[in-house]
Design a protein around this ligand. Structure first.
Ligand code: ATP
Ligand code: CA
Length: 888
């Protein structure tokens, strides 16, 4: 047993995530006896093909990179470069457009500034494609538009038909041998015993083979449909556009040339386009060109390519090319599906199948030898060995078939596939439970997770934020009802109020939009929406015209934890507004506004008072944000916003209630031995209050702030990490460090949740990365293994449950399958003298049984990372007790 164990360890062990190519090749070559390679390895990637694809992708990338660099150079230096002639066909004119689709596409893909100028810039082009920056396109002529300029889809490989699966199932070596046996048996039988009696044996074998083939093919086919469905689900991406004058969310597949797309941080650009308007838009082109330096996009360099990612900033873009007319489309269509990395369990079971297969082969040979010897002895004793009849040949063929049957029965080909089947089943169920599993192995790994590092905002809380308290010019007020709002407006001077409103409405990334049905809604992140809606409520009481223009915007990101805008005032001055994490903003302030709206120096007592107010808001589990401003005479174009000399305007306390069910989910985790840790960008007191509420933080646990955590030495980290339950004011990098250490120092299996672009490294590093489906950015989703569609912590627990369910069911399945195999083997061998050919056997056997009602119990079953070999021995024991034969 021990030797077997080390054999399995040596050859059949791969890490769950990003296995090395060497490990992947090793186990493949260690798999001996395989009856049907095509089927057995259907679910694992073809490594040669994968490296070919990778090479191809790199060469295409290199071409794009060169094209970009050379084109840029060519346009600057060779001015008179000849342009290809594009014709405007009848169809284009009839549809009311006046630019050729290929020409339009080439302007963006080749960064052709000259051609762009020739067509009158983005403005000129928008007229030629009947779009407008403010209204977008009209949805009425979408079809004509898509007819002429194409649809935003990439050429896909046709999916495999049912008959291809039948063909695959027929590639089984043992089945082929049996078919030959059947033919021989039929021919010889016909010759010696005549029609129809002589046919029976052969026909029997053929029918059984057909049955096995059909059952196999049907199950494989159904599974492939299921995977396809999940695959389509993965590709569903939505994006904001302006169409018919209103902002709406559409699938990227419905995007058409002329659409005005709103891009924000973390988005993947869905089509080629021209930049119209925006703020510090930074684009990461590495997915396309391999070039790792991000580029700033502006009016002078307005070309944005599909497949690139928005690293910072926000912008509006007009689509100029979609689908296969973009470089990205071409790149995507050259790639075949590389295949999903195999899961550790799959690999291990391949090892087990190999061992059993070898035993089976031994038994088969032995059986054949025993049968032959017996036959020869009997023959020698009766008719003598010199006389041979055709019935003898028939007997030998039948013996041979029996031996082959033993192999059919003994090699548990279904074992590795059962993992896939079981995981696929769990994936489907999880899909209904609002978790989209992107990688099969995640489901399996999740079952063994020992730690979950979770976000706070939106995961533990509902993300429906409302401003509940405000502090302004030294008065702190609760503002949940209309009365209290009136109280507020009467307590502060009009000048103060107008400053507050300006700060709210200028310094925001939220937007008031009119939807298709004429309703007005506020778009933006929940925090932004809360403050904006609060502003709207206030404004209703005191309508104020806002007469300043935005000059510069520094969008919010979770590293800086603040955002800033610069507005120009009517008196020729400029004013910076900033808002963000309370402690950070307060540090930047040395003044505050008083009741009359004047800026007065901040005394130490007042500063202390302010910090106390922040803490008291935070202890009520409110999210705190500060708003401040600073007036300046002038500004530099590429300088960042100032970091000192601000005047504090107000502190907001925003309520974000706990999600229902989170408390129970945390409890369930605890009793299952999974530790929940909260890693949040929010204030430590807010974090602590929420953590206590949902049971994550109890007495004796540690809550720490990101900066303090960062400054710890490795030894101190080793001490403190197991105790950390809450990490507040963390940077995305802190999350990454925590995960790396938990995995490295403590060998824990770590699940991590994340939503931001900056969370991507931690999601990637974790054993299981879970991205938020609603609040999460495309970049985060791409690095994750599971997408939590409803952003709910309870869903994460369901993933863990299913992970365990899968493991436990596979345990059961292994036991069952081995019992069947071993019993069949023994019976076949023992009854070697009887030439019965029975091959009615397949993975008909247990479709892993996990029903909804039982799933909740799985977390209660203590998780044991049992060695598969323990299972094998259990299986053997079980088979000794079992006196029924399931297969013959
Ligand atoms: N739009 C915004 N403008 C300015 N400041 C903001 C904005 N959104 C959040 N903040 C501030 O930045 C802080 C950190 O936000 P961050 O996105 O890093 O984490 P989070 O989303 O609050 O927490 P979690 O990591 O739990 O989701 C918040 O606590 C808040 O004070
Ligand atoms: Ca976050």
């Amino acid at each position: 047993m021990e030797r077997l164990e080390s054999y399995l360890k040596e050859h059949f062990e791969v890490p769950a995530k990003n296995p090395s190519e060497e490990a992947q090749r090793r186990w493949r070559s260690a798999v001996g006896l395989v009856k049907n390679r095509r089927r057995r390895f259907r679910m694992v990637p073809d490594l040669d093909r994968r490296s070919q694809d990778e090479a191809q992708r790199q060469s295409v990338q290199e071409k794009i990179r060169l094209a970009l660099v050379v084109q840029k150079a060519a346009i600057t230096f060779i001015d008179g470069a000849k342009h290809k002639e594009y014709r405007i066909t009848e169809d284009i004119i009839k549809a009311g457009f006046s630019i050729n689709p290929d020409e339009l596409a080439s302007i963006t893909s080749k960064h052709d500034v000259k051609a762009l100028k020739m067509h009158g810039g983005a403005d000129g082009i928008s007229k030629k494609i009947r779009s407008s920056f403010d209204h977008g396109i009209s949805a009425n002529d979408l079809d004509t538009r898509q007819n002429i300029y194409g649809v935003n889809r990439y050429a896909e490989k046709p999916s495999r038909s049912f008959w291809m699966f039948v063909w695959d199932a027929l590639q089984d070596m043992t089945l082929i041998i049996l078919m030959v046996c059947a033919l021989v048996s039929a021919v010889v039988g016909l010759a010696s015993e005549g029609w129809p009696k002589g046919m029976y044996d052969g026909l029997g074998i053929i029918l059984s083979i057909l049955l096995v083939v059909m059952v196999t093919a049907i199950s494989d086919y159904r599974q492939s449909l299921q995977f396809k469905e999940l695959d389509n689900e993965k590709k569903k991406i939505f994006i904001h556009v302006t169409r018919d004058g209103s902002r709406q969310k559409i699938s990227i597949y419905d995007l058409a040339v002329g659409d005005i797309v709103h891009l924000s941080i973390g988005d993947q650009v869905p089509a080629d386009g021209l930049y119209i308007h925006g703020y510090s838009l930074l684009i990461d082109e590495s997915s396309l060109s391999g070039e790792s330096d991000p580029v700033y996009i502006s009016q002078d360099k307005p070309f944005i390519l599909a497949g690139t990612k928005v690293q910072d900033g926000s912008a509006k873009m007009m689509v100029t090319a979609v689908g296969m007319r973009t470089e990205w489309g071409r790149l995507m269509s050259t790639l075949s599906e590389g295949g999903e990395d195999e899961t550790p369990l799959q690999v291990k079971l391949n090892g087990v199948a190999t061992i059993i297969g070898k035993i089976g082969l031994m038994f088969a040979t032995l059986t054949f030898v025993v049968l032959m010897v017996r036959f020869l002895i009997e023959k020698g004793l009766t008719v003598g060995l010199s006389k041979w009849y055709s019935t003898d040949a028939l007997t030998i063929v039948n013996y041979f078939a029996t031996a082959v049957t033993i192999i059919v029965v003994a090699v548990p080909e279904g074992l590795p596939l059962a993992v896939t089947l079981s995981l696929a089943f769990a994936m489907k169920q999880l899909m209904n439970d609002k978790a989209l599993v992107r990688h099969l192995s995640a489901c399996e790994t999740m079952g063994s997770a020992g730690t979950i590092c979770t976000d706070k905002t939106g995961t533990l809380t509902t993300n429906h934020m409302v401003v509940e308290k405000i502090w302004i010019s030294e008065v702190s007020k609760s503002v949940t009802s209309n009365n209290s709002l009136e109280d507020l407006t009467s307590a502060i001077s009009p000048a103060t109020l107008s400053l507050l409103l300006q700060g709210i409405f200028e310094n925001t990334s939220a937007e008031l939009v009119t939807e298709k049905d004429g309703k007005q809604t506020v778009l933006g992140t929940p925090t932004e929406r809360a403050i904006f809606e609060f502003g709207l409520k206030l404004e209703g009481l005191d309508a104020e015209d806002r007469t300043c223009t935005k000059v510069k915007v520094e969008p919010f990101n979770s590293v800086k934890k603040k955002m800033a805008v610069l507005v120009s005032l009517q008196n020729g001055m400029y004013r910076w507004f900033t808002k963000g994490a309370s402690e950070i903003i307060v540090q930047m302030c040395d003044m505050m506004i008083d009741g009359d709206g004047n800026s007065v120096p901040l005394s130490e007592a007042q500063r202390k008072n302010i910090l106390d107010t922040i803490n008291s808001f935070a202890s009520d589990a409110l999210r705190t944000l500060c708003l401040a401003y600073k007036e300046v005479d002038d500004f530099e174009d590429d300088a960042d916003s100032p970091t000192s000399g601000f005047t504090l305007v107000s502190i907001f306390g925003i309520k974000d209630p706990l999600r229902p069910g989170v408390k129970d989910a945390v409890k369930a985790c605890m009793s299952a031995g999974i530790i929940v840790r909260m890693v949040t960008g929010d204030n430590i007191n807010t974090a602590k209050a929420i953590a206590k509420e949902c049971g994550i933080l109890t007495d004796g646990d540690v809550a720490i702030e990101g900066p303090e955590f960062r400054s710890k030495s490795p030894e101190e980290m080793r001490d403190i990490i197991p105790k950390i339950r809450v990490m507040a004011r963390s940077l995305p990098l802190d999350k990454h460090t925590l995960v790396t250490n938990l995995r490295g120092m403590f060998r824990e299996v770590v699940a991590v949740t994340g939503d931001g672009t900056n969370d991507a490294p931690a999601l990637h590093e974790a054993d299981i990365g879970l991205a938020m489906g609603i609040a999460g950015t495309e970049v985060a989703k791409e690095s994750a293994d599971v997408i939590v569609l409803d952003d709910n912590f309870t869903t994460i627990i369901n993933v863990a449950r299913w992970g365990r369910a899968v493991y436990i069911n596979i345990q059961k399945f292994v036991q069952f399958q081995l019992t069947v195999n071993i019993v069949a083997l023994v019976i076949n061998f023992v009854s070697a003298c009887i030439t019965g050919v029975g091959i009615i056997y397949s993975i008909l056997s247990p479709m892993p049984v996990c029903h909804d009602h039982s799933i909740s119990e799985f977390l209660d079953i203590p998780y044991r990372n049992d060695n598969i070999l323990t299972l094998v021995s259990q299986g053997v024991l079980l088979s000794q007790r079992c006196n029924c034969c399931g297969s013959i």
